[in-house]
Design a protein around this ligand. Structure first.
Ligand code: ZN
Length: 427
């Protein structure tokens, strides 16, 4: 990458392409990616054959409607049937550079050295001289290493912190005079609350100036708290694991997230897969173009959003998606992790004592919280032991902990309530 100066406003020339140039760029990249994937990835050939079309029929973004949307559950099934990559990898196995593991497990491959990813950190103002603490996990998920490299590509120093251990994170932030935070909004709030309990004054004792978030929504009220009360400039990006990266990112105008040109991102009707127009709410469906060896075409994220085409005063020309307004599918995102309904069910119902369950996702003090209500077949069971066993099994399967397990009276959970109930309100 060329050496960048502190004052450069844009990370690269793609950010300010004219609409016509972008259309041509995306159409060409898409045609190329589809052809390669069809030739080398058996799952992609199957996808095309099943839809009765040939790769020549995908010449522009609009043509993608001819193909069905592939969802997380489909990918899981494909990989289960055809390990390790479900026929999606379009590369000899020995040439694969790195592999990530999503809950499921789902295996994803990625090349190293992804320069463009830094765009979102650049737009958030990260520069040489910043000391940035990366609190995303470096284990299994792409988040840690991918964000690490992106921060480095802006010239900033990265503190390899990873998740958890709030007290130590606070000490590190203080000792190293950390200026940037990369993590989830709820974790930054946890850090701030704990630091205040420890007697620290955030503005006086820490050097935190900016924060970059992904993995969960940043409610406007929380943004106001960070920016108003603590003078921390906040930015968010929208990232999806399976296609490997951040699809959209905020600029300093903070009015929607600009789409990355390494993906074709469509907003579609989740029922029909047809593309929707500006401002219409639909599912975010994405096809990545930067790694032609990962033939994941039209990946349905399950997240609901809309896009806007009005030019942004920041000068970046890519369309913007508005925030995530909900989930189309059966998976809910809790503290940045997808909890797939079927997986949750398998974990909980593997205990024969359980008659019915309701998993409630709520929100308390800007943190997602899961409460599991259980109806038992046999009320004489050892409840403490059962709760412990279920939570362990749930954590092993879904990689996230249930906050509270309650035992309900027989008959108090209706058939309709069985499953996941998302009670969160985003305002
Ligand atoms: Zn902008």
């Amino acid at each position: 990458m060329a050496v960048r100066s502190q004052k450069d406003e844009y990370f690269d020339e793609l950010e300010t392409m004219s609409p016509a140039a972008r259309e041509k760029y995306l159409d060409e990249k898409l045609t190329e990616a589809v052809k390669h994937a069809y030739r080398h990835a058996p799952a992609v050939k199957k996808l095309f054959d099943g839809a009765g079309i040939s790769p020549d029929q995908i010449r522009m973004v609009k043509d993608l409607e001819k193909l069905p949307v592939t969802r997380k559950t489909d990918l899981l099934e494909m990989q289960k049937e055809n390990l390790p990559y479900g026929g999606v990898a379009a590369i000899p196995l020995e040439d694969i550079e790195r592999v990530f593991i999503s809950p499921g497990p789902i295996y994803e491959i990625q090349p190293s050295s992804i320069k463009w990813f830094a765009r979102s950190f650049w737009a958030a103002g990260f520069r040489k001289g910043d000391v940035v603490i990366n609190t995303f996990t470096y284990h299994m998920s792409p988040a840690g290493i991918l964000f690490h490299e992106g921060i480095r590509d802006c010239g900033a120093t990265v503190v390899v912190a990873g998740t958890g251990n709030t007290d130590l994170q606070i000490q590190i932030m203080k000792d190293l005079k950390v200026t940037g935070f990369v993590g989830t909004p709820s974790f930054l709030m946890t850090v701030i609350q704990r630091a205040e309990e420890m007697g620290l004054d955030i503005k006086r004792d820490l050097s935190l100036k900016r924060a970059w978030f992904t993995g969960e929504m940043l409610p406007p009220s929380l943004r106001k708290t960070f920016e108003g009360d603590y003078v921390i400039d906040t930015y968010q990006a929208y990232a999806v694991t399976e296609p490997g990266g951040a699809i959209a990112y905020e600029c300093h105008r903070k009015s929607g997230m600009h789409l990355m040109d390494e993906y074709v991102t469509e907003i579609v009707d989740p029922e029909t897969g047809k593309q929707l127009g500006p401002s219409e709410i639909g599912e975010i469906v994405t096809t990545q173009l930067y790694n032609k060896n990962w033939g994941l075409i039209r990946f349905g994220t399950g997240d609901l959003s809309s896009y806007i085409t009005e030019p942004c005063p920041c000068g970046r020309t890519a369309h913007r998606i508005t925030g995530i307004v909900g989930r189309a599918g059966d998976a809910v995102k809790v503290r940045g992790m997808f909890v797939v309904a079927r997986q949750a069910e398998q974990a909980i119902m593997s205990f024969s004592q359980v008659a019915r369950y309701q998993l409630i996702v709520g929100r308390r003090q800007h943190r997602d919280e899961m409460t599991l209500r259980l109806e038992l077949k046999d009320t004489s069971a050892d409840k403490a032991k059962l709760a412990e066993g279920i939570n362990k099994k749930f954590q092993d399967t879904c990689r996230i902990k249930i906050d509270k397990i309650e035992f309900a009276e027989a008959g108090s959970i209706s058939e309709k309530q069985q499953g996941i109930t998302d009670e969160r309100k985003w305002e």
